[in-house]
Every structure is written in structure tokens, then in C-alpha cells.
Design a protein around this ligand. Structure first.
Ligand SMILES: O=C(O)c1cc(C(=O)O)c2c(n1)C(=O)C(=O)c1cc(C(=O)O)[nH]c1-2
Length: 243
């Protein structure tokens, strides 16, 4: 197939899946240490504290995309994600559920929410995602959410491994992840259909693949930052969380 021919939708999907198989953060050494029970409680705390910024920024990136979606159908679909993360006022959303996870690990909520202990690497990676969604095309923004297609596997591995290997973690602490196992496939079904249907040129399909690579890389970079600061060589930058 030439480099300029439009890919059949199934071929595009196969290439997107291959990107995850090559670079999703399920392959990162920090993930293996985390679910393998080889981190201290303090290192797990550092992971949860940093990941709070990712969780808290997801609704910001989704809200900026809602504003640019052209139809009520598309906005309704994306608005559902906002409710998943922010809650509806009577049921807690993902951000609140993540704070229950950091509570369960013994972190002070005000400190977590203040972002004072955040690694610069986390901040830059997460901000890059929010800005990508804000400034790139709607197609690229939708495509960048597609890492979620790989998340049920990493979540299952993480939750079962952490419950098995750490006495300071309970099913209640990790309850954040349970709804994600049904929310993520629903998100992906929509986004995958969109990126297979909408591109009219190979160049747009290449943008879809590049958006997914970019997203895999920023998830990877977050674990790199944690690994460098808290595992090896264990050099937390000035101001970062010190257990
Ligand atoms: O646990 C994980 O490894 C993981 C990965 C991802 C992902 O692949 O982006 C998300 C989540 N969790 C998650 O909980 C979540 O709410 C989420 C939203 C999004 C997104 O890009 O809109 N990704 C993810």
C-alpha cells in the first residue's frame, strides 16, 4: 500500500493497536515495580500524588474540546466524560475518587490538591496533553484519547498486583479503577469509530496515529519522571514530594 493511499478503516485500527503494543506505559519499568509489589509505601504515595494532576486535568482538556465540537450529538458524548470525571453533585466523579485513593494511602488532601509536591516532569507532560487538545484539530484531540483502549489491561494488572502485594492497599483504596473498566471501553468505542470514519485523506490518518504516539509518550514521560525521582537514581527535584 502506498504511503499516500487512504488506509481501510480496519488497517488504521490495526496500526493504532500496534502503537499501543509498542509504547503504552504498561511496558514501563515503573509500572512493573508498582504492580509487582517492589515499591515502598512512600514510592506508591509519590505515584498517586503525581497522578492526581493527570486526573484533575482530564476534565479541563475534555471541557476545552466540548467547546469546539460542532454538533449536539458530539458534545453530548463528550459531556458524558466530564460527568465521569467531575461527578454530578450526588455521585462522586473520577477526580474525587482519586482523592479517596490518595486519602487511603495516607496523603494529606490539601497537600495533594495544592500540587506543591508535583514533579516538574509530571506538570510538563500533563500540560502538554491539555494544550494538545486545546490547540490541535478536533480529529487529533479525539484520537489522543485512544490510549484508553489499552487501559483495561494495565488497570487489571495494577489492581490485582497491588492488592496481592501491598498490605497498605485495600480494594476500597483502589475503587477508583472499577468504573474505569466500563467507562474506558465506552469512550474508546466512540473515539475509534470517529477516527475511522472522519479522515478523508491519508494525511489526516497519519495525524490520528501521531496523536496516539504523542499521548503514549506523555504517559511514558510521567513514569520516567517518577522513576528518576523516586527509584533510580532517586533524585527528587527541589520542592518535590519527599516522603
Ligand atoms: O490507569 C491508567 O493507566 C489510565 C490510563 C489512561 C490513558 O491511557 O490515557 C487513562 C486513565 N487511566 C484514566 O483513569 C482516565 O480517566 C483516562 C482518561 C483519559 C483520556 O485521555 O481522556 N485517559 C485515561
Amino acid at each position: 500500500m502506498s504511503d499516500t493511499a487512504l488506509l481501510p478503516p480496519e488497517e488504521l485500527e490495526a496500526r493504532l493497536r500496534a502503537i499501543g503494543a509498542e509504547r503504552y506505559h504498561i511496558l514501563h519499568p515503573f509500572h512493573h515495580l508498582l504492580h509487582g509489589g517492589r515499591l515502598s509505601k512512600a514510592q506508591v504515595q509519590a505515584w498517586a500524588l503525581n497522578r492526581y494532576y493527570y486526573q484533575a486535568s482530564i476534565p479541563a482538556k475534555d471541557a476545552s474540546l466540548v467547546a469546539r465540537l460542532p454538533t449536539p450529538e458530539l458534545r453530548r458524548e463528550w459531556r458524558r466524560r466530564l460527568v465521569d470525571h467531575d461527578g454530578d453533585g450526588s455521585h462522586p466523579g473520577g477526580v474525587e475518587r482519586w482523592l479517596r485513593l490518595t486519602d487511603g494511602l495516607g496523603l494529606d488532601r490539601d497537600y495533594v490538591v495544592s500540587l506543591e509536591g508535583l514533579l516538574p516532569g509530571t506538570r510538563y507532560a500533563v500540560d502538554a496533553y491539555v494544550n494538545f487538545v486545546k490547540y490541535r484539530s478536533v480529529l487529533e484531540a479525539v484520537a489522543s484519547s485512544l490510549t484508553e483502549m489499552f487501559s483495561p489491561d494495565i488497570i487489571s494488572q495494577r489492581v490485582s498486583g497491588m492488592l496481592r502485594n501491598y498490605d497498605f492497599v485495600s480494594a476500597e483504596t483502589l475503587a477508583y479503577f472499577t468504573p474505569r473498566l466500563t467507562q474506558a471501553p465506552q469512550d474508546v468505542a466512540f473515539a475509534m469509530d470517529y477516527v475511522k470514519r472522519v479522515p478523508a485523506t491519508r494525511a489526516e490518518q497519519e495525524q490520528v496515529m501521531a496523536a496516539l504516539r504523542f499521548k503514549c509518550d506523555l504517559l511514558w514521560a510521567q513514569l520516567d519522571a517518577l522513576h528518576f525521582a523516586y527509584v533510580e537514581p532517586a533524585l527528587p527535584p527541589p520542592g518535590a514530594y519527599r516522603p
